[in-house]
Design a protein around this ligand. Sequence first.
Ligand code: CTP
Length: 398
Amino acid sequence: MARAREVILGVGGGIAAYKSCDLLRRLQDRGYLVTVVPTPSSLNFVGAATWEALSGRPVTTQVWERVDEVRHISLAKDADCAIIAPATADLIARIAAGRADDLLTNLILAIDVPILVVPAMHPQMWLDPATVANVATLRSRGFKVMEPEVGRLTGDDIGPGRFPETAAIIEKFEEAIGAKKDYLGRKVLVTAGGTRESIDPVRYIGNRSSGRQGAAVASAALNRGAEVTLIMANSQLTEEESRTLQGVRVIPVETAIEMHQFLEEEFPKTDVLVMSAAVADARPSQYSEGKIKKGDLQQIELSENPDLLKSIARLRDKQIVVAFAAETSLDIEIAKAKLVAKGANILYLNDVSEGAIFGATETQGIVLTSNGAQIEVPTSSKDSLAELLLDQALIQLG
Ligand code: CTP
């Protein structure tokens, strides 16, 4: 489940609820988008305002709120995974019995995604045969239930029942969802889409790039734990594709010159640059403030745009640069020359003749690297290519 992103954080009515505030923050640090669903009783410990402020999302506890959204179903549709922390004895019992008496328990019945349960309660309650049986029921149904830590509880009592450390919960959670976080602490800068060079207020010179490949790289990098900035020129993403960019810092631009300015600002701060944008090689020498009449359109004088990659290379420190080569044949020699000319570490060569690849959801080509690797990419999704490019960039980062 490499793309798990949308997380439901269910919060039960135990004192450890306050520790879940830190859990929420640390999940966000790792690129997860978290919706908090507290039980009504847990609001005695941490109020809805705290969860709303921390998550930046609405927080409700009953199916009777925001009824028009049918929240238990709409949240269920969007969720990739869930954590229930803390899970009290009562909440575990209600889930085991299949009850649906608040939003969280309704939601748990409605979702079919990996769920990590993090119990926290008094040792006597944890060891009670009823709880033991309920936990066994949850495990038999595929829930991952963490063992609570042994130690001092809220009072003087000592035993199993303590809420585990945030880091331990996140480790178990990522194990449960099979997440790969090999880009944690890394900054990834991506350019995507096609620049538009204005002729007059109505017309522009543009290209067929949809921004899909760059968006796929940005989304994959975010999933792998990176902090991601995406300089996006005129994308044609669907609403669903745009949703995968939540958590990515998006800088919208129009022209090559604008993209250049932001690249110069952002490049020194980054570890990896993926230059998937289709940058116009030239722009009209003059922009006409007024619409040019059709009789005057015989010729448009052009000026060459800077080669952004080449010019950015002079700011280079230890950055890994991934370039694209959109050609109308898969000529390895041209690609090798481009890899060197652009000063890139990795180059993806693809054949865009006859309207292929630009705007599509699939791609096909060859990845070349400065250390001599040559990887054939058979027809695959742009998401798979994104993962492959990030794998190669990571190898070169060391
Ligand atoms: N690129 C760039 N600045 C430009 C043109 C392209 O930085 N003015 C980048 C693209 O983002 C891509 C790579 O250079 O990563 C190769 O782009 P491509 O269009 O294949 O090659 P060009 O350099 O434009 O060369 P040509 O059009 O002659 O093939």
